[in-house]
Design a protein around this ligand. Sequence first.
Ligand code: OGA
Ligand code: MN
Length: 218
Amino acid sequence: MLAAISERLSDVVGFERIAEDIYVRGYSILTDVLPVELAESLYTHNQSMSQAIFEKAGIGRSDEHQQNQSIRRDEICWIDGYTPTGQMWLSFCAELQKYLNRRLLLGLHSFESHFAHYKPGMFYKRHYDAFKGSTNRILSLVTYLNKNWHESDGGHLVLYQNDEDTTGIKVLPTHGTLVVFLSEIFPHEVLPANRDRYSIAGWFRVNGTHGGVIDPPR
Ligand code: OGA
Ligand code: MN
C-alpha cells in the first residue's frame, strides 16, 4: 500500500518535470522518470519478442503507407494492451496524458506507440513526426531499451531546435531515458548504431478528422 502510494507520488513528480520542460522549452529529456519496474518489464518483453512480429516500418498513414528505405530503416511492432507489460506501459502513458492535459491544457485525446528495432547501420533520416495542420500528432515520446550503451555505440537521437539548426541535441539511447517533444516543432533523426538498437516511439494525438471522416487510429 505505502509502496504503491509512494510510487504514484514519484510518478507525479516525474510528470511535473516533464510538464515544466515542455512548457519552458518544448521538449524534455530525462533519465530518471520512467518507473524502474516498468522499464525492466519493457526491456524483458522486448528481449523475448519474436523477430517475426516486427514489421518493416512505413512512412505515411494507411493508404499512403509505403516503405521508404532511403528515409527509415527500422522494424516496428505496435503495442496493444493484451499483455501485462503492454497494459502497464499504456496506463503509464495514459496517466502522463491526463497530467499534461490538466497542467498544460493540451487536449490530448489518444495515444499510439510501437517497439522499434534498428539493426546495426540502420537509421531514420531527419524528419518531423507531424506537419502543421496536416496531422493530429501533438506530442512525441521515445524511450530506450538498451543496457550498457556507450557513446561509441552511436545510434543517437538528434533533436534539432528548428529547420536552421544543424547541430542539435544528441541523446544517447540508454535504457530508461525518456524523451518527450512537440511533434510539429522539432525535426529529429536517428543516427546509425553499431549494435542492435531498441526503442519505443509513441504519439499523443488530439481528435481530428481526415478527409471528412473520423480520423482512424493510425
Ligand atoms: C520515430 C523516431 C526516434 C528514436 O520513430 O519517429 O523519431 O530515437 N524515433 O528512436
Ligand atoms: Mn520521429
